[in-house]
Design a protein around this ligand. Structure first.
Ligand SMILES: [Zn+2]
Length: 402
């Protein structure tokens, strides 16, 4: 299977020559990239080679050993997604749900406006008053902005707490570390660029005010036990220990992203179950940010309620990308039902333009990973960590989670 895996890696790299977002990480042999660059394969040639690879993979008998069988499933499904993305780059148009199934091995549920109105009613009860609900939510949140000059201190403290909690439960590869940079003018609010050798570069976008919840959100999601740990564990257990080259490359528009984003989001709950987050933030992060820790419980009550509107983002993206509404209407939908201030909603629509149905990976991904882990952990804290760590170290697909 290593031969087929090597062909897969080179195809992903070749796709990266046509699609600058495609290769999220690569830390395999530099000669492979040089070779791919010299070849200059066209999309037609990539498609033909990818279909041939798919044929080879189909001809390999499913191994008896569980992890080897998962590996074969993974390579087949990742190759299918690569073929779908190449066809999209050639002009194929897929409906939102068809695209997410082809690229991420999953389809997000559909919710109507009544569903989101009911969620908004619960937030109304928490923040009564006049004017549009989104304005009240925004005014409330603005009381919890991390001042720009305290941002780095707050993030560093958040990273320390998340790292310590993760290191207590997961054997992190020796020497793992990352750098944090502050950037502007991006469609995302944070990004982890995995560089191999157990190192990451984490970038934080400071275009918009950063609320206090983003500290743990970013520290866990991008760092511990999120993307940084996921990538480092894949490198350690699959690339180095098993010698599987396909994990030295990470194709962004592929099923792997649902596992990556879902585990990065759910990782926050793994690191801070129940009320532990509020207690830690009240005591540690709020004071560093110059905020009143006594208000942490209220802040997170509202935050949790607003987070439940996350599927409104999928609806906006689905309607927008399926051509049912324009960019302005998509931003309005986000403001109305996901309670995003207009500037944030506009930033989100640019994310839809760039990443399309990728949006489902965050909330649907989190729900799928949570259900998978919780079914096995049965409320036991240590077991939750061990199931989670096993998921981060194995070639599992979204359709394996259900
Ligand atoms: Zn992410």
């Amino acid at each position: 299977m290593n031969d087929a895996a090597q062909r897969y890696v080179k195809l992903v790299l070749a796709m990266g020559e046509h699609d600058s977002d495609y290769v999220d990480a690569f830390y395999g042999p530099a000669e492979w990239r040089d070779e791919v660059r010299a070849e200059k394969r066209t999309l037609d040639a990539i498609l033909a080679d990818a279909r041939a690879l798919r044929g080879t993979l189909e001809g390999i008998a499913r191994p008896q050993h569980n992890v080897e069988a998962l590996r074969l499933d993974y390579l087949r499904r990742q190759t299918d997604a690569l073929i779908a993305r190449a066809e999209i780059l050639q002009g194929a148009t897929l409906r939102f749900d068809d695209e997410s199934r082809a690229l991420y091995d999953a389809v997000a549920p559909t919710h109507g406006e009544d569903y989101f109105r009911a969620l908004n009613a619960a937030i109304e009860a928490e923040l009564p008053g006049d004017g549009a609900l989104v304005e009240r939510v925004e005014a409330f949140r603005m009381q919890f902005v991390i001042p720009r000059e305290k941002l780095d201190d707050v993030f560093r403290a958040a990273i320390d707490v998340c790292r310590a909690r993760t290191a207590d439960e997961i054997a992190l590869p020796v020497g793992e570390t990352f750098t944090v940079e502050y950037v502007n003018d991006k469609a995302w609010s944070g990004y982890n660029w995995y560089q191999g050798n157990f190192r990451s570069l984490i970038q934080v976008n400071t275009d918009l005010p950063i609320f206090i919840d983003r500290a743990i959100d970013l520290a866990c999601h991008e760092g511990y036990p999120g993307h940084h740990v996921y990538n480092a564990l894949l490198e350690k257990t699959l690339v180095r220990d098993r010698g599987w080259p396909e994990f030295s490359v990470y194709a962004l528009f592929s099923p792997q992203s649902l596992i990556a984003e879902g585990s990065a989001n759910y990782g926050i709950d793994v690191a801070f179950p129940a009320d532990e987050r509020v207690a830690m933030e009240a005591e540690t992060l709020f004071p560093i940010a110059g905020l009143d820790g006594a208000r942490a419980a209220q802040y997170y009550r509202v935050h949790e309620l607003v987070a439940r509107t996350g599927y409104a983002g999928n609806e906006a993206a689905r309607r927008y990308l399926d051509g049912e509404i324009d960019a302005g209407a998509a931003a309005e939908w986000l403001t109305m039902y996901a309670l995003m201030a207009p500037a944030r909603a506009r930033q989100r629509v640019t994310f839809f333009d760039q990443y399309r149905s990728y949006v489902i990976n965050y909330n649907l991904g989190k729900d799928l990973v949570r259900n998978y882990v919780e079914r096995r952990a049965e409320g036991d804290r240590a077991k939750r960590w061990s199931v989670f760590a096993e998921l981060l170290s194995s070639p599992r697909l979204p359709s394996h989670l259900t």
